[in-house]
Design a protein around this ligand. Structure first.
Ligand code: BG6
Length: 490
């Protein structure tokens, strides 16, 4: 393992994400020796007045489940320093800068700095600008990298404004925009399967593929996040980012190498061929939903902190088109929602049937052939199933569906890093492959903005789906109209 020396500066250190994901991830990197155990420190900031001791107690608690011993957790936590910080107060950045320089020396971090902003999005730009203005970036030859949490804006204009603010302090190649779906094992495996197998890549086009379906389903409702969620909705929360990123990886052409710049170039090309709809096309091709009540389960409008006339969508389904040679006439259907039948993410690649069914003729009957389907299960298990047509055992030529299945083993699962661990590691290595570039993010907003605008204009008929179902009927009709159906439907 290459151990990287670095000083981390985390904005939002008292937050929930930090405790649940970031500290355990950095701890795992520490345990595995990817962050240099002797040469790293982290300054955490937040509004609260915490002492280093309080902060370290929080760290120990958040990593204890993964620690081999309490000593190990404590010695990890000893690298953590806390500073109460008001992100709008310029003087506080001077203090941060002094502290960072001191720790730089104390830990001999080679001047490498990783800034991580995980706080209310309206402060992202302010923090980034102040960091530069108050010399919090190191200038002695080390690297300066900025990891920034979602949401990256709430539409194209606000995203651009944010990006310009970041641009005053950091170059594009220093900015690591988190999309944790890109840190998922099976999402990365799409690239391995496509570009490592001529058998797959050779038929990865409109000659053989009939349609592709991407489902990001959640069983839970909004829980205690309604304050954020109601102002966002599923389109911004799940489609503009995670779903479009998954589509891009499915649709992109082969990169000339596996370097981040080469992969990004192809992703951007794919996104530029994604059709941005007209208003009428939005109405035809996109469906929104909001969950109603079911038994003890309250309808969305009666959840805590949700206005009882809310028209925020908790579900989106849609048809996406890539207008290029590879994908002409191949619809990509997407759907995501809260309160669905189960928590899972899957990709179903539906292949065309044979042009001629020779078996039907032999049997003097209707075709028994099904579409071949390649299903990639992203969550909660990593699994690949290829559904083929095979012969039913016995006399004659009757057909039956057969499945080839690969399931990730427990050993593999145990060594698979969580998305955050993987992504922070990538940022430490300076590898931006699995982060969203500005060109990708901005194009995704252009696509989502039109849908948002139509939906803000039209009055929805909510609630329109039952908790525990797979969404509104209109989502099924979207495919039926094209003579198709969702592969997963229950
Ligand atoms: C987040 C959304 O980005 O992704 C949440 O804000 C959602 O609303 C979550 O629940 C889903 O992530 P995962 O990894 O649990 O599928």
């Amino acid at each position: 393992a290459t151990a990287t020396r670095a000083l981390f500066m985390l904005f939002g250190a008292t937050g929930d994400l930090a405790k649940r994901k970031l500290y355990p991830s950095i701890f795992n990197l520490y345990k595995k020796g990817y962050v240099d155990n002797d040469h790293f420190a982290l300054i955490g900031t937040g509004r609260r007045e915490w002492s280093d001791e309080t902060f370290r107690d929080v760290i120990v608690e958040s990593v204890s489940a993964n620690a081999d011993s309490e000593e190990q957790a404590k010695s990890f936590a000893s690298h953590f320093y806390y500073m109460a910080h008001d992100v709008t107060n310029p003087e506080h950045y001077d203090a941060l800068s002094d502290y960072a320089n001191k720790l730089d020396q104390q830990y001999d971090t080679n001047g490498n700095r990783i800034f991580y902003i995980s706080m209310a999005p309206n402060f992202f730009g302010t923090v980034a600008q102040n960091l530069k203005a108050h010399k919090c970036l190191s200038d002695n030859g080390g690297f300066n990298r900025l990891i920034i949490e979602k949401p990256f804006g709430r539409d194209y204009d606000s995203a651009e404004e944010l990006n310009n603010a970041l641009g005053k302090s950091f170059n594009e190649n220093q900015v690591y925009r988190i999309d944790h779906y890109l840190g998922k094992e099976m999402v990365q495996n799409v690239l391995a399967l496509r570009f490592g197998n001529p058998l797959i890549e050779g038929i990865w086009n409109n000659e053989y593929i009939d349609n592709i379906q991407v489902t990001l389903a959640e069983k839970l409702g909004v829980e205690e996040r309604a304050g954020y969620y109601d102002g966002s909705g599923a389109l911004r929360d799940m489609v503009q980012n995670h779903t479009i990123q998954m589509l891009t990886i499915l649709a992109m052409e082969d990169p000339i190498s596996f370097k981040d710049v080469d992969i990004r170039r192809e992703k951007i090309r794919a996104l530029r061929s994604m059709r941005v709809y007209t208003e009428d096309e939005v109405r035809q091709n996109f469906v929104r939903g909001q969950y109603g009540a079911n038994g003890d389960q309250l309808d969305y409008r009666h959840e805590d902190n949700v206005p009882n006339d809310s028209i925020t969508e908790t579900y989106v389904a849609g048809k996406v088109l890539f207008e290029n040679k590879r994908w002409k006439n191949v619809p990509f259907y997407i759907r995501t929602g809260k309160m669905l039948s189960d928590k899972f993410t899957r990709i179903d690649v539906v292949f065309k049937k044979p042009l001629i069914d020779v078996f039907a003729a032999a049997n003097g009957s209707e075709s028994e052939l099904n579409n071949n389907v390649l299903t990639l299960f992203v969550d909660p298990v990593n699994k690949i199933i290829l559904r083929l047509n095979g012969k039913k055992a016995g006399q004659g030529m009757d057909m039956q569906p057969i499945e080839l299945t690969h399931t990730q083993s427990d050993e593999e699962k145990a060594i698979t890093p969580e998305p955050y661990e993987r992504l922070i590691h990538d940022a430490i290595l300076g590898n931006a492959t699995n982060f969203a570039s500005w060109d990708e993010v901005s194009r995704a907003w252009e696509f989502a903005d039109v849908i948002r605008q139509v939906w803000d204009k039209d009055q929805p008929n909510f609630p329109n789906y039952t908790p525990g179902s797979m969404g509104p009927d209109a989502a099924d009709e979207l495919l039926e109209r094209d003579g198709r159906a969702w592969v997963f439907n229950s």
